[in-house]
Design a binder for this molecule. Structure first.
Ligand SMILES: Cc1cc2nc3c(=O)[nH]c(=O)nc-3n(C[C@H](O)[C@H](O)[C@H](O)COP(=O)(O)OP(=O)(O)OC[C@H]3O[C@@H](n4cnc5c(N)ncnc54)[C@H](O)[C@@H]3O)c2cc1C
Length: 392
C-alpha cells in the first residue's frame, strides 16, 4: 500500500530543516539583489545546526523511504530559499550522471567532487541529440580534444568539474554523443561568464568555452568509445539520469510554492479572511475559495512527486511518472505563485517581501531538465505508444 503519512522520525528531520531554511531565507533578498556574490559555505546563524546526514541516524523500516524522503527534504530546504540552499550543498547534476553511467574507477576518482552537467549550447537545448561540441581522439597522446561552447550550466562556477556532452561524429546523430569528465583547470577549459537571470539569481549558472581542451582518454564517462550502428549507444543511459533528478526539480519548485502559500495565508488572515476547511466551498469567500484551490493544486502536484520517487524506492520503473510530476509541478508552481500574488494584492509586488521573488524563482521548474512542453511530449509518447520519430 502506498502511504505517505509522516512518522515522528520524518517530522524530526523536516522540522530541523525548516529551522535552517528560515536562516537561509533571511539571506534570500541580499543574494537576489547581489547576483554576482556567493553565499558563504556556512551561515553563522546555522553553524551549530546538526548536519543533514546526522538527522537521518536511527531511522527504521517504518520511516519514509530514502528516495521519497529526499524529495521532502528538497522541498523543506527550498521553502527557505532555493538558491542560498543550493550554494551550500555538495554535488551537482553531473554527480547523478556519474552514478548512473560511470565505471567503478570513475566513481572512485570523481565521486567526491562537485560535478556540473553541461548539455545546452547556444543552438541546442530541448533536443540534446543536436549537440555540436566535438570530441576527437588523439591516439598518439591518448587524449580527447574537446571543442565547443556550453551555456546555462548550473553550479558552473562553484563545481570542481563537469560532465560535458560532445559528439564523436556529427553524422552519427544520437549514437555519436558521449559524455566526458572534465576537471576545472584542464588546459583549454574556460568559465566564460556567469549568467544573469530572471529568478534563482543567487544560483550559480555559468557559460563554458572549450578550445582544444585536452583530457585523458579514460575520462569518457562509462568508457565505451564505440559508435553503435543500430542503437543510440550510451545516450539513452545518460538521459536516464533525468528520471532520477526530475522529481527533485519538481520538489524544489513545490517547496518554494509552499512558502508562497504560507505567506499568502498569513496575509489573508491579517486582512480578515479566514481559511477554513470545514464549511463547504459555497460557504467560503471568493478569496478563501481561490486559496483552497491553490492549496489543492499544491497537494496534487506533491503527490505526483511522491509517487514517482516511491516507485524508484521500490525498484520499479518511473520514467513516465518522473515526467508527469515535473510537468504537473512546473505548471502548478507557476499558477500557485501567480495566484498568491493576485490574492495578496499590491503588497505582493513589493521587494519588502519575498513573494515576487518566489514568483520569479519557480519559473525555472518548467525550464531546466526538460521544459514542460518536452515533458508532455515524453508523456504522450509513452501513453500512446509512439516512438520519437512518430511524435515530435
Ligand atoms: C537557470 C538555468 C539553469 C540551467 N542549467 C542547465 C544545466 O545545468 N545544464 C544544461 O545542460 N542546461 C541547463 N539549462 C538549460 C535548459 O536545460 C534549457 O534551457 C532547456 O532544456 C530548454 O532549451 P532551450 O533553452 O535551448 O530552448 P529550446 O529547445 O530552443 O526551446 C524553446 C521553446 O520551444 C519549446 N519546444 C522545443 N521543442 C519542442 C517540441 N518538440 N515540442 C513542443 N515544444 C518544443 C520548448 O519547450 C521551449 O519553450 C539551464 C537553463 C536555465 C534557465
Amino acid at each position: 500500500m502506498i502511504d505517505f503519512s509522516l512518522t515522528p522520525n520524518d517530522r524530526k528531520v523536516l522540522d530541523e530543516l525548516r529551522r535552517e531554511a528560515l536562516v537561509c531565507r533571511s539571506y534570500a533578498r541580499h543574494y537576489d539583489e547581489n547576483e554576482h556574490e556567493f553565499p558563504p559555505d556556512e551561515l553563522p546563524e546555522a553553524k551549530d545546526f546538526a548536519p543533514l546526514m546526522s538527522l537521518f541516524a536511527g531511522r527504521s523500516a517504518e520511516d519514509t523511504g530514502l528516495g521519497t524522503m529526499s524529495m521532502l527534504v528538497a522541498a523543506a530546504q527550498s521553502w527557505g530559499d532555493y538558491s542560498v540552499r543550493m550554494r551550500r550543498g555538495k554535488g551537482g547534476l553531473g554527480n547523478a550522471a556519474l552514478r548512473a553511467a560511470g565505471t567503478p574507477e570513475q566513481q572512485q576518482q570523481w565521486g567526491e567532487l562537485t560535478l556540473a552537467m553541461a548539455i545546452t549550447e547556444p543552438g541546442c537545448g530541448s533536443d540534446p541529440s543536436r549537440v555540436q561540441m566535438t570530441a576527437v581522439l588523439d591516439e598518439q597522446a591518448n587524449e580527447w580534444v574537446l571543442n565547443g561552447e556550453k551555456i546555462f550550466v548550473t553550479t558552473g562556477c562553484r563545481a570542481d568539474g563537469v560532465v560535458v556532452w560532445a559528439t564523436l561524429d556529427r553524422s552519427a546523430g544520437r549514437a555519436g554523443i558521449k559524455s566526458f569528465l572534465v576537471e576545472k583547470g584542464a588546459p583549454g577549459f574556460v568559465v566564460a561568464h556567469k549568467e544573469k537571470k530572471l529568478g534563482i539569481r543567487a544560483d550559480d549558472t555559468a557559460a563554458y568555452v572549450f578550445q582544444d581542451c585536452r583530457i585523458p582518454r579514460g575520462n569518457l564517462l562509462g568508457g565505451n568509445e564505440e559508435i553503435p550502428k543500430q542503437s543510440s549507444g550510451g545516450f539513452r543511459g545518460v538521459m536516464k539520469t533525468f528520471n532520477m533528478t526530475r522529481p527533485g526539480v519538481a520538489a524544489i519548485g513545490l517547496g518554494i510554492a509552499e512558502a508562497a502559500l504560507d505567506f499568502t495565508r498569513d496575509a489573508l488572515r491579517a486582512a480578515g479572511v479566514a481559511i477554513e476547511y470545514g464549511p463547504g466551498i459555497a460557504a467560503q469567500s471568493a478569496a478563501a475559495q481561490r486559496f483552497l484551490e491553490l492549496e489543492a493544486l499544491y497537494e496534487a502536484a506533491m503527490l505526483t512527486v511522491l509517487r514517482a520517487t516511491w516507485l524508484s524506492d521500490n525498484g520499479k520503473p518511473n520514467n513516465l511518472e518522473a515526467s508527469i510530476c515535473k510537468a504537473k509541478a512546473g505548471a502548478a508552481v507557476r499558477e500557485i505563485t501567480q495566484g498568491c500574488i493576485e490574492l495578496v494584492g499590491p503588497m505582493a509586488a513589493s521587494r519588502e517581501h519575498l513573494l515576487e521573488k518566489w514568483f520569479r524563482d519557480v519559473r525555472i521548474t518548467d525550464i531546466y531538465e526538460g521544459t514542460g512542453q518536452i515533458q508532455r511530449l515524453i508523456i504522450a509518447r509513452d501513453i500512446l505508444g509512439y516512438g520519437r520519430n512518430e511524435l515530435k
